[in-house]
Design a protein around this ligand. Structure first.
Ligand code: HEC
Length: 201
């Protein structure tokens, strides 16, 4: 009886032990497996993450451009723009551009008489303009100047003007006013509404 009991006890102990070994084995395998899995996923992250991360970096720029306020019509702002303020903005251009008549071409061309000008190397004293700019812009209208100064790559994607652009419409209006001051006969600023009204009449 007692030996039976003992036997059943040891059977129970053996049974429990077997269960525990199974549990422990299971537990420990779980302890290690996730680590392997984590390792695997982190490696996947490395291999997948890298190519994703690179376009994400570019994407951020694209996103930034997209979230920029829509390129507003600069012409109405020109009425209140200031040559003096424009002169301050021009400091950002001076390392590459001169503005006065007969000014030297530097990294960028001299910008005297630029407003309303046809984009041409002849007009810029033989300065070698990029094909991207020559094919991207025909005439420096107020709208084209506005777009180019906001982001030079918008009109000349392969162009040579390495300038981040003027994000603030007011800065662009002021620099354009300054460029008008440096242009002998700048074209009249015709607001879109007036133009439409004239076309209609
Ligand atoms: C780092 C030098 C650099 C800076 C700073 C710079 N530009 Fe330029 N800019 C250039 C170059 C180079 C070109 C010629 C681009 C090409 O050929 O694609 C150019 C071209 C231009 C043109 C077109 C000229 C033409 O003959 O059609 C305008 C207008 C202009 N820049 C205005 C500005 C203004 C305004 C600023 C300041 C707010 C400025 N740029 C700042 C280098 C610069």
């Amino acid at each position: 009886m007692s030996s039976n009991k003992f036997r059943s006890n040891s059977a129970m102990i053996a049974g429990f032990s077997a269960i525990w070994i199974a549990v422990i084995a299971n537990e420990t395998s779980h302890l290690f497996m996730p680590e392997n899995e984590v390792h695997a996923t982190s490696q996947e992250e490395v291999t997948f993450g890298y190519p994703i991360e690179v376009p994400a970096g570019f994407g951020a720029g694209v996103l930034e451009e997209k979230t920029d306020p829509v390129l507003i019509d600069i012409k109405p702002l020109l009425a209140d723009a200031s040559v003096e303020q424009g002169m301050k903005v021009a400091r950002k251009c001076q390392s590459c551009h001169s503005f006065d008549e007969g000014g030297k071409n530097g990294t960028g061309p001299n910008l005297h008489n630029i407003v309303g000008a046809v984009v041409s190397e002849k007009q810029r004293g033989g300065y070698k303009l990029s094909n991207s700019l020559l094919s991207g812009v025909d005439i420096w209208t107020y709208d084209n100047l506005n777009a180019y100064l906001e982001n030079p790559k918008s009109l000349a994607p392969q162009g040579n003007m390495n300038f981040a652009g003027l994000r603030k419409p007011k800065d662009r209006a002021n620099i354009i006013k300054y460029l008008m001051e440096k242009t002998e006969d700048p074209p009249e600023v015709v607001l879109d509404e007036l133009e439409k009204a004239e076309e209609g009449s």
